[in-house]
Design a protein around this ligand. Structure first.
Ligand SMILES: [Zn+2]
Length: 153
C-alpha cells in the first residue's frame, strides 16, 4: 500500500472535498473493501496526514499497529520476514510501513503541497529536494499566475 496514494485519496475538486476512498478504491489497492477495512483506512489517512504535516507525533500511529507481528518464514531460498495483521488492517498497516520506510530512506521528502488550497501530498525524489507542489501542471502554475498577478497589481 502506497502511503502517498492513501494520503491523496481525498482531493479538492473545484473547492469541494472528494473522498475517493471507498470499496472500489480498497479493492483496486489489494484490499477486500469491507466496512472495517475502510474505516481503518480513513483513520490511518487522517493520522498519517497529521504526522506528515508535523501536527502530530508518530506516536499517534501506534493504535494502527495493534496486533501486528513480524514472523520469520524459512524456505529453501532462506529466511524472510512477513508481516501478520488482522485481515481488515492489512492495507492500513502497509501504509504505515510504507511511511516508515520513506522516513528512513528519504527523510522529509514526503510533504504537503505548498498550495494552501490543495490537500495533496508529494514525495520528492529529486536530487535538488526543492519540489513544493503535488503537480507542476496544477499547483505550480497556479502559484506562478498568483505571483505574477501580485507583482502587477
Ligand atoms: Zn497541490
Amino acid at each position: 500500500m502506497d502511503v502517498l496514494a492513501l494520503l491523496n485519496s481525498r482531493p479538492l475538486v473545484n473547492g469541494a472535498e472528494q473522498d475517493a476512498l471507498g470499496r472500489q478504491w480498497a479493492v483496486e489497492h489489494g484490499g477486500d473493501g469491507s466496512g472495517a477495512e475502510l474505516e481503518l483506512l480513513r483513520q490511518a489517512r487522517d493520522l498519517l496526514r497529521d504526522v506528515v504535516r508535523g501536527d502530530a507525533s508518530p506516536v499517534a500511529l501506534r493504535p494502527l499497529l495493534e496486533g501486528v507481528r513480524q514472523v520469520p518464514e524459512v524456505s529453501a531460498d532462506g529466511l524472510r520476514w512477513s508481516v501478520e495483521t488482522p485481515p481488515h488492517a492489512r492495507l492500513a498497516v502497509e501504509a504505515v510501513l510504507d511511511w516508515a520506510a520513506i522516513e528512513k530512506d528519504l527523510p522529509g521528502r514526503l510533504r504537503a503541497c505548498a498550495n494552501d488550497e490543495c490537500q495533496l501530498f508529494l514525495l520528492d525524489r529529486s536530487r535538488a529536494n526543492r519540489a513544493r507542489w503535488c503537480s507542476m501542471a496544477a499547483c505550480g502554475n497556479r502559484e506562478k499566475v498568483r505571483r505574477h498577478y501580485q507583482r502587477n497589481h
